[in-house]
Design a protein around this ligand. Structure first.
Ligand code: GLN
Length: 535
């Protein structure tokens, strides 16, 4: 049987439960244990795919094509393991599955209820991950006290009864604020969260206490006394300036030892040199470059979480400090101040997106990058914007567009392939997950990847229209990566330009601190070169 760690959040949201879970995962993996992670999301949506990035942040796509919570991105980056559709379950999925079973008569005439039917379904989902793994880490979304996450907490309470204390551990992430007016650190919110949790039958074994500054032993004693958690298990998760330092904070606090002791597991020596080296590279970087990320959701950076992290990985690889400038293509377009916003940038990245808003601004950004010979990297809608711009301004295809934005366009350079019938059902029917992509010999893409065939994750409906390929190629934009049958264009580039590449997939989902993505390292290298030449 596996061991289970259940991580919950108290006091307030946004304390970084995903990072805490990922950091625990990294520590345990570094000792050689096999780890699985699952996020339980309390909302009714079946998956986050239909939610606006403004509300929910990025939708992280797994290798097997699941649209999941962005925390799975952190799990993959920290634990360095591909997650899959079984690593994210929502209330919507649980209810959908229970209702389907009820319709099929599987419950044999019984009244279907939250306890035991919903809770059993949750337990089955968690235990599914037990196969071939030593420790399963379960993140319960929401904050203790929310009614939405109650069935999840109830399920894990029951699960502990089934498997025993020595195989399960409850971890609560809380907040210990410093109240300026009183000049005092306050433990009361943490106490109350623990009381709230106890009301539903769960006594935490470990507290991870977030605080702005380190707190002293006395505070720890007080928290321990009032929450009934052994003092040694009260871990101060004080703020650090970089999420990748969190595992080091936990390691210094001996969290791995606490976990191993609780589970009667051997506390094996830890191998984290690659991680420490990565953090050290970020710390010691001196030279600074500016990357303009130009999109529609820039006011909500959660929407571009993986892109931001991929840039950070590549920046650390080249040991440069990154200044990421978020440029709103919707506003900039309206205010016609785009060039001003792009001034001083050493490279431009146009990320993916949906819908018309911001598209014309993106097209202008591409034009600027192309004309100024600024390194350009377009991702998904970024590729589509690049193709639209090139068609309009170089191939004389006036008003060329994607049919996503102009159904009547005379030049549908980006179009919907017939087999897509997405209008009938909105969620879960894009081109999703990993697909192979063959790279053209000697292309920029092939040089960067240094491989002829790669697998990259997709999340889109529209495709490049091959009818226009010849026209584009005549003018200098080449398709350098295609699907195996050659029918779908996956990568475009402009060989004349120092660095201009657009990809239909999302490479940002595959970048890891220890393995930065080659397209991102190439992009940052080009930005460094541009910045040097400018000086
Ligand atoms: N809206 C575009 C499509 O569906 C691009 C999607 C994206 O950027 N992820 O094809």
């Amino acid at each position: 049987m596996s061991k289970f760690i259940f991580v919950m959040g108290g006091v307030i949201s946004s304390l970084g439960k995903g990072i805490a879970v990922s950091s625990i995962g990294l520590l345990l993996k570094s000792m050689g244990y096999k780890i699985s992670v699952i996020k339980l999301d309390p909302y009714i949506n079946v998956d986050p795919g239909t939610m606006s990035p403004f509300q929910h942040g990025e939708v992280f796509v797994t290798e097997d094509g699941a649209e999941t919570d962005l925390d799975l991105g952190h799990y993959e980056r920290f634990v360095d393991k591909d997650m899959g559709k079984h690593s994210n379950t929502t209330s919507g999925q649980i209810y959908e599955s229970v209702i389907n079973k009820e319709r099929k008569g599987i419950y044999l005439g019984k009244t279907v209820q939250v306890i035991p039917h919903i809770t059993n379904e949750i337990i089955d989902n968690i235990r599914f991950l037990e196969k071939d793994c030593d420790i399963v880490i379960v993140e319960i979304g929401g904050t203790i006290g929310d009614i939405e996450s109650l069935p999840f907490v109830e399920a894990v309470r029951q699960l502990r009864l089934e498997i025993g204390i020595e195989n399960s551990m409850f971890v609560l992430l809380t907040y210990v604020p410093f109240v300026k007016a009183a000049s005092e650190i306050k433990t009361k919110p943490t106490q109350h969260s623990v009381y709230k949790l106890r009301e539903i039958g769960v006594q935490p074994d470990v507290l991870l206490c977030r605080s702005e500054k380190k707190f002293d032993d006395e505070i720890k004693s007080k928290i321990a006394l009032f929450t009934n958690v052994v003092k040694k298990h009260v871990v101060n998760a004080y703020d650090v300036n970089n999420i990748y330092k969190v595992p080091q904070v936990f390691r210094n606090a001996g969290l791995h030892e606490i976990i191993c002791k609780h589970f009667h597991l051997e506390c094996k020596p830890m191998e984290m040199t690659v991680w420490d080296d990565f953090v050290e590279r970020m710390n010691t970087a001196k030279e600074e470059i500016t990357i303009a990320v130009c999109g529609k959701y820039v006011t909500h950076q959660d929407a571009y979480r993986s892109i931001e992290q991929s840039l950070i990985h590549a920046g650390a690889f080249h040991r440069v400090k990154l200044n990421i400038r978020w440029v709103d293509t919707e506003k900039s377009y309206k205010q016609k101040n785009l060039e001003k916003r792009l001034e001083g940038a050493d490279a431009i990245l146009v990320p993916g997106g949906f819908g018309m808003r911001g598209l014309e601004g993106k097209v202008q950004v591409v034009r600027y990058a192309r004309k100024q010979k600024l390194p350009f990297f377009g991702i998904c809608l970024g590729l589509q914007a690049a193709v639209i711009e090139f068609a309009r301004h170089e191939c004389n295809l006036k008003n060329a567009n994607s049919t996503e934005f102009d159904e009547e366009t005379k030049y549908p350079i980006i179009y919907l392939m017939e087999e897509h019938s997405y209008m009938e059902q909105y969620g879960g029917n894009m081109r999703l997950g990993a697909y192979p992509c063959e790279l053209q010999e000697k292309s920029l893409a092939e040089q960067l990847y240094d491989e002829p065939l790669v697998f990259e994750r997709h999340r889109h409906r529209w495709e490049f229209n091959n009818k226009f390929r010849e026209k584009l190629e005549q003018k200098g934009m080449v398709v350098s990566g295609t699907s195996m049958n050659g029918l779908l264009a996956e990568i475009v580039e402009i060989p004349e330009h120092p660095f201009f590449i657009g990809v239909q997939f999302h490479p940002e989902f595959k970048s890891r601190p220890n393995r930065p993505h080659p397209l991102f390292t190439g992009f940052i290298e080009a930005a460094i070169k541009y910045s040097k030449e400018k000086r």
